[in-house]
Design a protein around this ligand. Structure first.
Ligand SMILES: [Fe+2]
Length: 250
């Protein structure tokens, strides 16, 4: 696999890389814009599969557009918009954090379907997103000594020296005390500060996220902006863990 200025060779396929300069690597797909299953042959070959997964590990996020893939073994992404409070999926999280297996890569896919997917999925680098959360925390939370100390340390560009997952847990507790509108505004500000990938979904788009590696991982969350009107049709998403769930390569 190798890349030139605008093209990338994935196994037997040559695909176009977008000029996107934000978080992640965005692949527009085949040069003629016609959707194709350009990752099937990559996943079928052990070496090409590992090279693709390494690309995800390196960039944190690889977005593949105009991608037709076999619908197996995807699962529906669950979760609803919480009434009166944010649902769990609206907080930044790694995938599989409550299961014994933490998958190496989490793929979320917007399949071809009649309804537009209006809700966004925001994707941000971890643990930087925790620092962004500390910075955007409403001032009144500075009455909490730990949060104040962590923020002052981060503002001084010093290492806080606390497990980011522990800090995020405390931050999430604080955010739960906000009303949903303020909590969603908070996360929107975090998205802006961190430069999260929160682009609208296209049909036949898959996002491959580094979820567990010692290099660059990302977290994701369901983002409700612009505000979602209850009852508005909203396309669904699918997911799978390609490193663990795809059939073994040849
Ligand atoms: Fe998730």
């Amino acid at each position: 696999m190798h890349a030139s200025a605008d093209a990338l060779v994935l196994g037997p396929s040559r695909v176009i890389v977008s000029g996107w300069d934000g978080l992640g690597l965005v692949i527009d797909g085949p040069a003629d814009g016609t959707p194709s299953n350009y990752l099937d042959a990559v996943f079928d070959d052990a070496s090409a599969r590992e090279t693709f997964f390494s690309l995800v590990d390196t960039h944190g996020l690889v977005v593949c557009k105009n991608l037709d893939l076999n619908p197996e073994p995807y699962r529906f992404v669950g979760g609803t918009r919480g009434k009166g409070k944010l649902s769990q999926g609206e907080y930044f999280h790694h995938d599989g954090c409550s299961t014994p297996i933490k998958p190496r890569i989490n793929e979320i896919r917007c399949p071809d379907q009649p309804a537009t997917r209006t809700m966004l999925t925001s994707i941000a680098p971890f643990p930087d997103v925790v620092t962004a959360m500390l910075m955007e925390l409403p001032t009144f939370w500075m009455r909490d000594e730990r949060l104040r100390r962590w923020r002052e340390t981060a503002q001084a560009d010093e290492a806080v020296g606390v497990d980011p997952a522990v800090m995020q847990g405390r931050l999430n507790q604080a955010i739960r005390a906000l009303n949903p509108e303020d909590a969603r505004a908070f996360f929107m500000a975090v998205d802006r500060r961190i430069g999260a990938y929160a682009q609208p979904w296209a049909l036949r788009e898959s996002r491959f996220m580094a979820n567990d590696n010692p290099m660059v991982t990302v977290q994701h969350r369901r983002a409700c902006y612009p505000p979602c009107e209850p009852g508005t049709p909203n396309g669904h998403l699918l997911k799978r863990w390609p490193a663990e769930e795809l059939p073994p390569p040849h």
